[in-house]
Design a protein around this ligand. Structure first.
Ligand code: SF4
Length: 434
C-alpha cells in the first residue's frame, strides 16, 4: 500500500521579513528520508513566493493581516509572507486526500503562522493526523502542545524516532528504494534560484544566547565527497548561488572546508557562496581567506556580537576583537572588498548598554566593513533566557510572539527608541558609503 503524506512549511507571520536564501532545509531532509518508503509525498512551501533579487535573495510577497491580541498595541503592520491564502487553499484542493500531514516550524515567534496553517488544514482534512516538528516544536514543546491543535509535537532530529512517530498513526512503512532521493529530485520547486548547503550540524561552542546545542546534541561534520556531489548535481542543473547553513563552517577547516574548497576550485565551478550564518573569525587565516576567494565566496558574514571583552568571554568566548581584525585583514588581502565583508553585532543583550553597541559600531567603522546590527531575541532553554527570568525581566512563560527580534529590545531593553533609531540610521549611512 502507498500512503499519501503532505509536508508543509508554514507562512512567516512577522513585522518584517526578507528572503536571504531561506529554505525549510529540515523539512526537505525529512522528505529525502521518507522518499525511501512506500509514500507518495506532497509538499507545500508557503514561503515560496518572492521576487528574486541579487544572488538569488528575494523580496517576499505578503498580505497585511490582523495582529494576534498580544501584539495589538505594537504600532507596526503585521504581515503574512509567502503565497496567498487562496493559493494555499487551491494547493490543498489539488492534493484532495492524504493520510498524514507533517508541518515544520522554524522561529518560535512565527508560531502563529503554524497555528494558522493547522486551523485551515483541520477544516479541509478534519480527521487526518497532524505532526508538528522543527525548531519551535523542539524548543517550545509545552507551548506548542497548549496552543496548536496537532496530534503530535515531534522534538529532535529525524533519526531520533520519526519512523516510530509515523507508525503510531497506522502507517506501515516499507522500504521501496535503497537510497533516498535528494530534495531537488522530488519536484517540489519549479525554480531553484539558490540552494542551501549544510556540511555540518551543531556547534562545538556554547554561547549564552544560542540554541544550537539544544537543537543538535553533538557537532557532526559530513563527508566532503557527499557535499561536493550535492553541489555538483545542483550546479549541473544551473544553480549558481549556494548558501551555507552551517553553524560552524570553519571549524577544523584543514580537514573539512579547505579540502572541499580545493575540490571546487579544481573542478572550476563558476558559482557564488554565501554565508548568512555568521562565520567564526578566529578560524580565518591567510590560507582559508585565499581559498574562500578563489572558490567563489561572495557574501561573507562574520560574527562579533559585542566588542566588550568581558561579555565576549562570559558569553562563550567564540571570538576576540583581535581575531576579528586579523580575519578582516586576511580577507581583504585575499581580494574581498569592504562591502563583501559584513559583521554582525547585537544590541539588546541582557544588561548591554547602547553605549556598548556604539563602541562596537565605531570599532567596525575603523575596520571598514559592513555593519549588521542584529536584535537580540531570547530563546527558551538558553542561559540568557534563564538570566532574564531570574532577574524578573521576562516571565518563564513569555509568549514567544514577544521574543520577535523586531520588538523585543523595544519592549524589554530599556533603550531610548530615538537613540536606537539614530544609531541604525548612522549604520545604514556608513554601509551605503562603503
Ligand atoms: S558559535 Fe555561533 S552557532 Fe556556535 S553556539 Fe555560539 S552563536 Fe551558536
Amino acid at each position: 500500500m502507498t500512503y499519501r503524506v503532505l509536508l508543509i512549511n508554514p507562512w512567516i507571520y512577522d513585522f518584517a521579513a526578507y528572503n536571504f536564501w531561506a529554505r525549510p532545509l529540515g523539512l526537505l531532509k525529512v522528505a529525502e528520508f521518507l522518499s525511501q518508503f512506500n509514500l507518495k509525498l506532497f509538499f507545500i512551501d508557503c514561503c515560496d513566493s518572492f521576487i528574486v533579487k541579487k544572488y538569488g535573495t528575494g523580496k517576499y510577497s505578503y498580505q497585511i493581516v490582523e495582529k494576534p491580541d498580544i501584539l495589538r498595541n505594537i504600532p507596526k503592520k503585521y504581515k503574512r509572507y509567502g503565497i496567498s491564502l487562496d493559493e494555499f487553499i487551491d494547493k490543498l484542493k489539488e492534493i484532495s486526500h492524504v493520510d498524514l500531514i507533517l508541518i515544520t516550524s522554524i522561529m518560535a515567534y512565527w508560531w502563529y503562522g503554524v497555528n494558522e496553517v493547522v486551523n485551515i488544514i483541520r477544516e479541509k482534512f478534519p480527521n487526518i493526523p497532524i505532526v508538528i516538528g522543527g525548531i519551535y516544536a523542539t524548543l517550545y514543546k509545552e507551548h506548542a502542545k497548549e496552543k496548536i491543535n496537532a496530534d503530535s509535537i515531534y522534538t529532535g532530529q529525524i533519526e531520533d524516532r520519526l519512523i516510530d512517530n509515523i507508525s503510531n498513526f497506522g502507517i506501515k512503512l516499507k522500504r521501496v528504494r535503497e537510497q533516498s532521493k535528494f530534495w531537488w529530485q522530488l519536484g517540489f520547486y519549479n525554480k531553484i534560484p539558490y540552494a542551501p548547503i549544510l556540511t555540518s550540524t551543531g556547534c562545538p561552542f556554547r554561547c549564552h544566547y544560542c540554541a544550537s546545542s539544544l537543537i543538535y546534541k553533538s557537532f557532526e561534520q559530513r563527508k566532503i565527497e557527499e557535499v561536493i556531489n550535492e553541489i555538483e548535481e545542483l550546479y549541473n542543473m544551473g544553480v549558481r548561488d549556494f548558501a551555507f547553513y552551517d553553524d560552524a563552517l570553519l571549524y577544523k577547516s584543514e580537514t573539512h572546508l579547505e579540502p572541499l574548497l580545493r575540490e571546487i576550485i579544481k573542478r572550476n565551478f563558476q558559482l557564488r557562496f554565501h554565508t548568512p550564518n555568521g562565520l567564526h573569525a578566529r578560524f580565518i587565516n591567510k590560507n582559508v581567506a585565499q581559498l574562500m576567494k578563489k572558490a567563489g565566496f561572495k557574501t561573507l558574514r562574520l560574527s562579533l556580537e559585542t566588542v566588550n571583552i568581558k561579555r565576549q568571554i562570559e558569553t562563550g568566548g567564540k571570538v576576540t576583537n583581535e581575531e576579528l581584525e586579523k580575519a578582516v585583514f586576511y580577507l581583504k588581502e585575499a581580494g574581498f572588498l569592504s562591502q563583501d565583508i559584513g559583521v554582525y553585532i547585537m544590541y539588546g543583550l541582557p544588561e548591554q548598554s547602547l553605549d556598548e553597541v556604539r563602541v562596537g559600531v565605531d570599532f567596525l567603522k575603523k575596520l571598514k566593513v559592513r555593519i549588521h546590527l542584529t536584535e537580540f531575541s531570547p530563546i527558551k532553554g538558553t542561559y540568557y533566557w534563564d538570566e532574564l527570568v531570574k532577574k524578573g525581566v521576562i516571565p518563564d512563560d513569555l509568549d514567544p510572539l514577544l521574543t520577535n527580534n523586531t520588538i523585543f529590545s523595544e519592549l524589554f531593553s530599556g533603550y531610548s527608541k530615538e537613540e536606537l533609531q539614530r544609531l541604525k540610521i548612522e549604520v545604514n549611512q556608513f554601509n551605503l558609503l562603503l
